[in-house]
Design a binder for this molecule. Sequence first.
Ligand SMILES: CC(C)(COP(=O)(O)OP(=O)(O)OC[C@H]1O[C@@H](n2cnc3c(N)ncnc32)[C@H](O)[C@@H]1OP(=O)(O)O)[C@@H](O)C(=O)NCCC(=O)NCCS
Length: 219
Amino acid sequence: MNGHKPLVILGAGGHAKVLLALVQSVGFEVLGVCDPALADQGIEEWRGISVLGGDNALEALDPRSIELVNGLGQLVGGTGRRSIFQRLKQQGFRFPVLVHPTAWVDQSAILHEGVQIMAGAVIQADVVIGANSIINTRAGIDHDCRLGEDVHVAPGATLCGGVQVEGRAFIGSGATVIQGLKVGMEAVVGAGATLSRNLEARHVLLGPSGRKKEAPKED
Ligand SMILES: CC(C)(COP(=O)(O)OP(=O)(O)OC[C@H]1O[C@@H](n2cnc3c(N)ncnc32)[C@H](O)[C@@H]1OP(=O)(O)O)[C@@H](O)C(=O)NCCC(=O)NCCS
């Protein structure tokens, strides 16, 4: 992945710090981070890189000379990650595809702009992943899956072969989607759940309840 333009990371939260480690591990040059909260506090350095300012710091940068890393995470129902991606793309900025060196991506897979493949993830043959999607740590996307834009497959989740996931859907940590099923637009497969039938748009499937037993009484 060498030969890319210098990168600017957007946001300085948990997802951003994992991405910083990813881009440093593959030798990208990182110009700095834009984060309004750090800038408001007058903090000039974050994890060894410069704090360039809030989002307005991008106004001083030429979209042709840098590329952006969307460091905003994607929790259920959140819109910030998607809106910053769309707004900055309209302004001419580009978001490279990022693949952690410990991930496996089959050469036939198609990853659209800004897709982020985190450590230990596996992307098998003929998979297509839409723009701005996250395939998080140790997630597995098996052959022929089709994912729309702004999808988040959380850590350790598994999509068996030929699964279709529509835009903005969220597959929770450790969830499994059985082969050939469809997850509708903005639908949520809860952490730990196994999806065995199609899930309609905006529906939520909870996982196993995992209720706590009462602790034994002390003598
Ligand atoms: C499915 C999910 C979105 C539901 O969130 P929510 O609507 O806010 O639900 P709540 O937290 O209000 O919980 C409602 C009830 O469902 C239960 N519940 C929530 N998520 C559950 C899950 N994944 N499996 C089983 N039960 C779950 C709660 O214990 C609660 O039960 P109670 O009413 O008996 O107390 C969420 O719990 C989830 O699984 N998110 C994915 C988290 C994840 O993967 N994060 C990765 C970040 S990188």
